[in-house]
Design a protein around this ligand. Structure first.
Ligand SMILES: CC(C)[C@H](C(=O)O)[C@@H](O)C(=O)O
Ligand code: SF4
Length: 425
């Protein structure tokens, strides 16, 4: 069996499971974000009174934080009240940060667990050997009632990544490249396992980026075999005991792909699809109105560090705005301590509190019709960050920083000597 199958087998009380089989699994953590008040409504519609286990449910107010509308404020208010009423202690209120970062920092993610959330990018937690997946409100409400959810055991695709990344090339470039080759439907209802020497060298934050964007290929979940780096990080954050499960040697993958990223150039995903990635040097001059550095794929400490190192004593181009939103309060605190925020603010960056920010197009810096944005986020569909007539280019934090200086799509190589291997998550 694959390690993911072993996780599902254990959670459903079976010795063995096979791809395609429908099982009923016990859930270790159910997570609801502030877009999903419907979860509470569905819980009551299903005649729920008391949640199955208040310690295994978490609410996080991150997508509309702080509330940009009366509706959002009211939804958040109801969520706070529900948590109080149900004895749910894990309520992460506005300013704590983006769910996929906060859960990890709070020690709520560990190898071999099953985490289900009302957010598609929950695949992020494959970086820790956890089975993370996104669902809608009624499925989540079912977990709140019973502690269980049905799964179809997914087939697993192996993506092996080899080669040392060149200076100025980051995990975001790697995943945009893979997406440009495999497309957005390469892994529909399958799991993606990342392996190979590049992955082994990647920091925790970088692994989270490639696992996060597995869902952009349709993946149900993702997986990286936990190594010492992961085990040490998790042990520091959680008192949980966990067992590292391993894939059997004779496991047969549904498909295998190998990428050599030794000579990979910085990538840019052109509007309006995440699999529109091209080498940055193929792009003719594109002027950029807004640069956004933040989110669950570009707002971690090492991302902000890279941006600060590139921007240094430069000023943001006068025709460009730079928005910086750290992925969490912890990231923000560290970025302040290390002086990165001061560097960026002195250069002219606009900074708002941790959360999803303009990634979802709801607040904190939307785009006007005809505007162009370069962003470290993960989606560039029309209307994603404001007007449907705006153009969104997906880039790495290094590329975003270089663009902020010049006001146009710019290759970050030459602006910085970086190893491509970062530090903390
Ligand atoms: C909650 C939801 C609207 C959403 C998701 O499911 O991923 C959001 O986080 C996104 O990135 O599109
Ligand atoms: S930062 Fe963006 S991609 Fe990540 S959870 Fe928030 S809205 Fe989704």
């Amino acid at each position: 069996m694959h390690a993911i199958e072993k996780v599902l087998a254990r959670a459903s009380g079976k010795r063995e499971v096979k791809p395609g089989e429908i099982i009923q699994a016990k859930i270790d953590l159910a997570e609801v974000n502030d877009l999903y008040l419907q979860t509470i409504k569905s819980f009551y519609e299903m005649k729920g009174t008391k949640v199955w286990d208040p310690d295994k449910i978490t609410f996080i107010l991150d997508h509309y934080a702080p509330a940009p509308s009366i509706q959002a404020a009211s939804n958040q208010k109801e969520m706070r009240e529900f948590c109080k009423e149900q004895g749910i202690k894990h309520l992460f209120d506005v300013n704590e940060g983006v769910c996929h970062q906060v859960m990890v920092e709070e020690g709520l993610v560990w190898p071999g667990m099953i985490l289900v959330a009302t957010d598609s990018h929950t695949t992020t937690h494959g970086a820790f050997g956890a089975l993370g997946t996104g669902v809608g409100a009624t499925d989540l409400a079912t977990i709140m009632l019973t502690g269980e959810l049905w799964f179809k055991v997914p087939e697993v695709i192996k993506i092996e990544i080899n080669g040392k990344l060149k200076s100025g090339v980051m995990a975001k470039d790697v995943i945009l490249h893979i997406l440009s080759k495999l497309g957005t439907d390469a892994a529909v209802y399958k799991a993606i396992e990342y392996t190979g020497e590049t992955v082994a060298e990647m920091s925790i934050a970088e692994r989270m980026v490639i696992c996060n964007m597995a869902v952009e290929m349709g993946a149900k979940t993702s997986y990286i075999q936990p190594d010492e780096k992961i085990i040490a990080y998790v042990k520091e954050r959680t008192g949980k005991t966990f067992e590292i499960l391993k894939t059997d040697d004779d496991y047969e993958y549904a498909a295998s792909y190998t990428f050599n990223v030794e000579d990979l150039k910085p990538q840019v995903a052109l509007p309006h699809s995440v699999d529109n990635g091209v080498d940055i040097d193929k792009i003719k001059e594109v002027k950029v109105d807004q640069v956004f550095i933040g989110t669950c794929t570009g707002g971690r400490l090492e991302d902000i560090e890279v941006a600060a190192r590139i921007i240094k004593n430069n000023k943001i181009h006068r025709d460009t705005r730079l928005l910086v939103i750290p992925a969490s309060k912890e990231v923000l605190e560290k970025a302040i301590e290390k002086g990165y925020m001061t560097t960026l603010i002195k250069a002219g960056a606009t900074f708002t509190s941790p959360g999803c920010g303009p990634c979802l197009g709801t607040h904190q810096g939307l785009l006007a019709p005809g505007e162009v944005c370069a962003t470290t986020s993960s989606r560039n569909f029309p209307g994603r960050m404001g007007s449907t007539e705006a153009d969104i280019y997906l880039v790495s934090p290094a590329t975003a920083a270089a663009i902020a200086i010049t006001g146009k799509i710019t290759d970050p190589r030459g602006y910085i000597e970086m190893s491509g291997k970062g530090g903390e998550a």
